[in-house]
Design a protein around this ligand. Structure first.
Ligand code: NAD
Ligand code: UD1
Length: 337
């Protein structure tokens, strides 16, 4: 299959490209590099021993995007491209809506022009807001509390409407829980710009000595140890979820929605301990106030993906920490020279 991957130079996209190439697919990446580096493309090729076709194109620029579709007959699109920092989206809502919503609309329109009707879309557990109960199933009500989250809710709705209007469209909405980890080679991984907002990249930078201590945001949540609970999922498990979703689209299912998580909750302190074990280092931390907007617990019911895609996450938090640590210790400055 010839697969166009938007945002393929980024964290989840690069890992998915590895799986796609190893499965024999032809891969075309479109990425503006606004939050990534071309070095990741080189490393995907190094890991797989295969060539992929890279175009530095912003989805907001319709003409060069049309040219990419014109050049090769694309069978399916996996759409990762988007800005993803929640806090930043609150400060610059227009930039987020423009990049994520308009960029996606341009992509969908170009797909329509070229008769490309199979799409996998990166959604997020953020569309569940603060869930009324746990675990979260796909039929829970959708809500959001920031422009990033609203963008995901809106794009899901746009795609539902698109499927409704065109019965030949096949779309998989994949709602990721908390992606962590890296490729086991240690050659590609998450490379956040500046100080990380998310837990695991932060811990990794404490372990490698770039940051002095972790701030644990609250230990008074109604959870077993008082710290926040999340469903961390290894990025390689996520990548294989995309492969299964592509296969599913070939059966003409229309619009399908899946949670991609492990179904298991893990607390901040459990993650700190698992990382300390993997890195064989103490992770200094200090309990501070809760982070505004954070919820106590969030984890998936991932049984629908297991039943309908024959997909299940197989890597535990030890593998997540070991692989993150290999990437972080081999590349203390990420992809930067
Ligand atoms: P990332 O920032 O590493 O990758 C996104 C890529 O998209 C980057 O390479 C960036 O340069 C590119 N991009 C952004 N805007 C673009 C545009 N207008 N045109 C072309 N390229 C553009 O992020 P990621 O963690 O790999 O996330 C991938 C997708 O998954 C995003 O849509 C994100 O919202 C979603 N998601 C991520 C998480 C997470 O925690 N990482 C969780 C749930 C959902
Ligand atoms: C983030 C996103 C959310 C997205 C989700 C999955 C933010 C604010 N929210 O939330 O929109 O859907 O990832 O990708 O970015 N923690 C600390 N110290 C830190 C960092 C985090 O204690 O320095 C705690 C948090 O309070 C939370 C847990 O660690 O309990 C995980 O935090 P994080 O990695 O930011 O993920 P989410 O809170 O799920």
């Amino acid at each position: 299959m010839r697969v166009l991957v938007t945002g393929g130079a980024g964290y989840i996209g690069s890992h998915t490209c590895v799986d796609l190439l190893l499965a024999g697919h032809e891969v075309i990446v479109v990425d503006s590099l606004i939050n990534s580096r071309e070095e990741s493309i080189r490393r995907i090729e190094e890991i797989t021993g295969r060539k992929l076709f890279f175009h530095k194109v912003d989805l907001l620029d319709q003409e060069p995007l049309e040219a990419v579709f014109q050049e090769s007959r694309i069978d399916a699109v996996i759409h990762f491209a988007g800005l993803k920092a929640v806090g930043e989206s609150v400060i610059m809502p227009l930039q987020y809506y423009k990049n994520n919503i308009i960029g996606s609309l341009v992509l969908f329109e170009v797909m329509m022009h070229h008769g490309v009707r199979n799409l996998v879309f990166s959604s997020s557990a953020t569309v569940y807001g603060d869930p009324a109960s746990l675990p979260i199933t796909e039929d829970f009500p959708l809500q959001a509390s920031n422009p990033y989250g609203w963008g995901k809710v809106m794009l899901e709705q746009i795609l539902r409407d698109l499927c409704q209007a065109d019965p030949e469209m096949n779309i998989a909405l994949l709602r990721y829980f908390n992606p962590v980890g890296a490729h086991p080679s240690g050659r590609i991984g998450e490379d956040p710009k500046g100080i990380p907002n998310n837990l695991v990249p932060y811990i990794a930078q404490v372990a490698v000595g770039k940051l002095s201590e972790l701030q644990v945001f609250g230990n008074d949540y109604p959870t077993p140890d008082g710290t926040g609970v999340r469903d961390y999922i290894h990025v390689m498990d996520l990548a294989s979820g995309h492969m299964k979703a592509l296969e599913k689209l070939d059966t003409n299912p229309g619009l399908v929605t899946y949670n991609l998580g492990t179904g298991k909750g893990c607390s901040v302190l459990e993650m700190v301990n698992a990382f300390a074990e993997a890195a064989e280092k103490k992770i200094p931390y200090r309990i501070v106030a809760r982070r505004p907007g954070d919820i106590a617990s969030c984890y998936a019911d991932a049984s629908k993906a297991e039943k309908e895609l024959s997909w299940r996450a197989t890597r535990d938090i030890h593998a997540m920490c070991e692989d993150t640590w290999r990437w972080q210790s081999m590349n203390p400055n990420g992809y930067e020279e």
